[in-house]
Design a protein around this ligand. Sequence first.
Ligand code: XLS
Ligand code: NI
Ligand code: NI
Length: 438
Amino acid sequence: MAYFENVNKIQFEGASSTNPFAFKYYNPEEVINGKTMEELLRFSVAYWHTFNADGTDPFGVGTAQRSWDRFSGLDLAKARVEAAFELFEKLNVPFFAFHDVDIAPEGSTLAESNENQDVIVSMIKDYMKTSKTKLLWNTANMFSNPRYVHGAATSPNADVFAYSAAKVKKALEVAKELGAENYVFWGGREGYETLLNTDMKLEQDNLARFFHMAVDYAKEIGLNVPFLIEPKPKEPTKHQYDFDVATGLAFLQKYNLTDYFKFNIEANHATLAGHTFEHELRTARINGMLGSVDANQGDTLLGWDTDEFPTDLYSNTLAMYEILKNGGLGKGGLNFDSKVRRGSFEAEDLFHAHIAGMDAFAIGLKVANKLIEDKALDSFVEERYSSYTNGIGLDIVEGKTNFHELEKYALQLTEIKNTSGRTERLKATINQYLLQTL
Ligand code: XLS
Ligand code: NI
Ligand code: NI
C-alpha cells in the first residue's frame, strides 16, 4: 500500500531542473575528495517530525493531512512503518532516527509498552533487510509522559529514576537489535524550574550514575556504539543541565564519562544557548567530541525551538566547514530534526522539506570543501597566529618560558603592533565562494 502515491523516487536532476520533486544540488554519487556526497552527508529522517507530528501548537490542533491517520493504536504504528520506508526509499536517505514512543504506542504498563515495541521493532527489522536505510540512532522519550514532570534520571522521585532506567535498558536492546550506529540522550526534563525545591548536586550526581549504568548495560549486551548527549539550554525545562557543549563536556569530565560519550549537536539548540551552530560544532570538534548533528534551524524572530528545515546556506556552509575539518562525522549523520511548518500540511510537503534541506546541505558541503581546498580562511588564520611560530611565541606554545622571562621580554618592547582582523573582508570571501563554487 502506498502513502505517497503521487511522488516517485527523487532523482538528482541538476541546478537547472524545475521539477520540484528532484534534487538540484544533492547528487548522492558525486565524489568529493574521495568520498561520495551520500557518505559525507549521511542524511537521516527524524521519525517524530515526519510520521508523528501533526502540526499541533500551543494555540491550535493538528493540521497535517496524513493518510495513515485513519488507523489507530498498533495499526497506526504499523502504517507509519510502511509510510516511513516508502518515504526513505523515495528520498533515497541512508538513515533514520526515532524515540521509542514514536514507533509504538505506550501501553498501560511498562511490560505492555515493551510488547508493543517488540511488535514494531520486528516489523522494522524485516523492512531493514531489504532497505538500504539504516538506524542512525534511537532514544527513549523521557519527557512527554506526566511521570517525567520533575525529570527522569534527575527526578526527585527514585521510582521515576528506576522507570527511566528500564526504558533506556529496553532502548539499548532495540539499538542492538536494529544495528543502530549511535544512541542518543536528550534531557529535556533533566534540569530544574526553581532552586527553591532542588538538590542540584544530587540531581547531577544521579544523572551521572544513570549514564554509568547505561554504559555498563551496553557493554553487557555487546552494544558498542557512541553514546551522544544532545545539549539544549532550555525548553521544556527552564534550566537544563546539558546547557551547551562546554557545559556538557565539563559534566562528562567530572564524572569520568568522556570515553563513552560524544555530542549530538542541534543547530536550533545552539542558537537558544546564545551561540552559533558553528560555535557548538567547533567546541565539540577541537575536543574530539563531535558525534552527530541534528540538522535544523531556528528563527531569530522567535525565541524557541522552531525546528525548521535547514535552508540557510550561510549557516550550512559554516557547519560543513567544521564537519569537514573534523574529518567527517564518523558514525554520526545529519539528522533532520526538522518539521514542516503548520501551514505546510500536505503529505507532499514532507518531500519538499527534505529536498530543500538536503540540497541546502549539499551546497554547504561543496562551498566548505572549496574554502578548505583553497585555504581561503586557513591562510589568513595561519598568518594571524604566526607570532607563535617563532621567537617568544614559540617559547610560549612549547612551554619553555615563564613570567620572569616574559616580563624581561615585555620590558624591552618599544612598540606593540597589532594587525587587522579583517572580519568584513572574510565575510565577503564567504559570499564570493557561495556564489561562485557551484
Ligand atoms: C528536542 C530534541 C529532541 C531530540 C531527541 O528539542 O531536539 O528532538 O533530538 O530526543
Ligand atoms: Ni534534536
Ligand atoms: Ni530540538
